[in-house]
Design a protein. Structure first.
Ligand code: ADP
Length: 619
């Protein structure tokens, strides 16, 4: 029985890159295959705990590497969980991960596939960097039938029935002409020690007549004494569990003692993974009970705002038979989580003292970390203290809330912020004019989460945190300039409100503007314009649109002129036209689309030409 199946299109593209564009560091294929073999052993180990029937048949688990010099092939064998036919088709023919398209695109753009291979979990396919043909013979634990999967990595693969004594997987690589160095046992030993020393199962090198040799030292790294672990070992372990290739930005190895005892070895990567903001991506730590692997990606061990933390938690106080459902309700797990979070926050606080170093962490993970202000009620203030922001003080630099407070004006009572799409547009938002005039700093917030955390963190160190639209007396600017006359201004705002009634709820005079004639805002307490835009972009229906307010600057010559015109009942048609143009300008400054762009451009063209002709006349 044999069946030919084509690769999913994305796998095809990936293999094409593997085969045709990667020539350096090819040796990592071995680490990837050993890592898969080790995962397969972990899975069987766990299955044995919950299903003693299978436990009986499983022998001692190990990974065996056999170079066959005569036939020029290399076999990586494990006696782990194995795969049945369905597993083979789904795991070695498609890529379930949503990031593969990104991967392929990234490689095309940046040219460097190496850094991305592990991160995107495409490990198995790296075999095709060194092999012209790959043969996978496998039998799943608890099942009778074995299968052989064969492919040359081009179009697809073939599955045939096969024979295999017991559960597990052998991967035979028919090495390419230029990859014969992977038959050399000295070189193999060196690669295994370098990349896979910490693997929990013995990695045995078959030396033919000279017998077998266990190459790795393989004890659970986290259980060792810190003093016995080298930086390189810590780093390799990080690469193994995170499947990342960067250097970790932070490493935290600790032992908690007290009511419950547990060990943690945690890392924060230095680079942002491509899927940090993909909600369906499963994150979390590896859980061990007394060095026995229990589960991967245990989300219950960390809050989601710390989802970028990688690592291992091991506690002898948990039951070996703990199931996924039990994890969710376990008070012990909840305690471990609490303790781990406070250790991480403490460590971040230490690292935050070096601003440049901390900025690296912040640019990679800040937008996720800030979610903690919203999410983590018990550590809200700590997370806020560790958060960094861009502000009008210096848009090139990050500031903490404490630094902001140290710069507050003597009479200033609140911390102010504005939200929007990007710092540049925000810097030029007319709503900031009075703040600038008074030297009051404003936080410029551009992440989606920034719309939410200020709703729960309404004060920090006794200072209110307010959106600029809620500015209080802080912002009264004393002015001696000419101003539109009260009565006419009133008439003008009424007139404008009537014309714009489809689009704005109110037209009001304001003291907040110093340069612009008008600006757009919303009623106090309503959803900000930026949030509305975000929701629209995510195709979420907004239940209601906030009432827009068009604010008018009574000191602006244009507004003074319009007030005079309306007072004298002159040229209403012109006032109407300018009113519409002013609303368009206010929208543009806010980052909103205007309703009738062709009207806007046509009219602006007319006014520009008129202006130029006037200048000519004056010369
Ligand atoms: P990843 O390991 O990141 O999931 P891979 O492409 O390396 O991605 O492997 C895909 C899947 O194939 C694995 O998740 C696993 O289910 C299966 N697999 C690979 N190697 C083995 C093996 N030696 N034993 C059992 N299953 C394996």
């Amino acid at each position: 029985m044999s069946e030919k199946i084509n690769f999913q299109a994305e796998v095809g593209k990936l293999l094409d890159i593997m085969i045709n564009s990667i020539y350096s560091e090819r040796q990592i294929f071995l680490r990837e295959l050993i890592s898969n073999a080790s995962d397969a052993c972990d899975k069987l180990h766990y299955l044995c705990l919950t299903n003693p029937e299978i436990g009986k048949t499983a022998g001692e688990m190990k990974i065996k590497i056999t170079p066959n010099i005569e036939e020029k092939n290399l076999t990586i064998e494990d006696n782990g969980i194995g795969m049945n036919k369905d597993d083979l088709i789904t795991h070695l023919g498609t890529i379930a991960k949503s990031g593969t398209a990104d991967f392929v695109k990234n490689v095309k753009e940046n040219g460097s596939a190496m850094d991305l291979i592990g991160q995107f979990g495409v490990g198995f396919y790296s075999a095709f960097m060194v092999a012209e043909k790959v043969e996978v013979t496998t039998r799943k634990a608890g099942e009778e039938k074995a299968y052989c999967w064969t492919s040359n990595g081009v179009e697809g693969f073939e599955i045939t029935d096969a024979k295999r004594e017991s559960n597990g997987t052998s991967i035979k690589l028919y090495l390419k002409e230029d990859a014969k160095e992977f038959l050399d046992s000295i070189y193999l030993r060196q690669i295994i020690r370098l990349y896979s020393d910490h693997i929990d199962y013995p990695i045995v090198l078959d030396l033919g007549k000279a017998g077998e040799e266990t190459v790795n030292t393989g004890s659970a790294l986290w259980a060792k004494n810190k003093a016995e672990i080298t930086d390189d070992q810590y780093k390799e372990f990080y690469h193994h569990i995170s499947k990342n290739f960067d250097d970790p930005w932070l490493r935290l190895h600790f032992k908690a003692e007290g009511n419950i005892e547990y060990t943690g070895l945690l890392y924060i990567p230095s680079e942002q993974p491509y899927d940090l903001f993909q909600p369906d991506k499963k994150q979390g730590l590896k859980l061990y009970v007394n060095k026995v692997f229990i589960s991967d990606k245990v989300e219950e061990l960390l809050p989601t705002y710390l989802r970028f933390v990688k690592g291992v938690i091991d506690s002898a106080d948990l039951s070996l038979n703990i199931s996924r459902e039990m994890l969710q309700q376990s008070p012990l797990i909840a305690k471990i989580k609490q303790g781990t979070v406070s250790r991480l926050l403490k460590e971040l606080k230490k690292r935050s003292e070096n601003a440049d170093d901390y900025a690296k962490f912040w640019s990679a993970f800040g937008a996720a970390f800030k979610e903690g202000i919203y999410e983590d009620m018990s550590n809200r203030n700590e997370v806020a203290e560790l958060s960094r922001f861009i502000s009008t003080n210096d848009p090139e630099k990050l500031t903490s809330l404490d630094e902001y407070i140290s710069r507050m004006q003597p009479e200033q009572k609140s911390i102010y912020y504005i939200t929007g799409d990007d710092v540049k547009t925000l810097m030029n938002n007319p709503q900031l004019e009075a703040f600038k005039a008074k030297g009051i700093e404003v936080l410029l917030l551009t992440d989606p989460i920034d719309e939410f955390w200020p709703q729960v963190l309404t004060t920090y160190k006794e200072k209110a945190i307010k959106h600029i639209s809620q500015a209080d007396e802080d912002l009264k600017v004393e002015r001696n300039e000419p101003k539109a006359e009260e009565g006419s201004l009133d008439k003008l705002t009424h007139f404008m409100a009537d014309i714009l009634k489809e689009e704005v709820g109110k037209v009001e005079s304001t003291d907040k503007l110093t340069k612009s004639p008008v600006s757009l805002t919303v009623e106090n307490g309503q959803m900000s314009i930026h949030l509305e835009r975000l929701m629209r972009n995510h195709q979420q229906q907004t239940a209601f649109a906030s009432t827009r307010i068009l604010e008018v600057n009574p000191y602006h010559p244009l507004i003074i002129k319009l007030s005079e015109m309306i007072h004298e009942d002159k040229n209403k048609a012109k006032i109407e036209e300018i009113t519409r143009l002013l609303l368009d300008q206010a929208k543009i400054a806010e980052g909103e689309a205007i309703t009738n762009p062709s009207f806007y451009t046509e009219k602006m063209g007319e006014y520009m030409l008129f202006g130029l002709n006037e200048t000519d006349k004056a010369v």
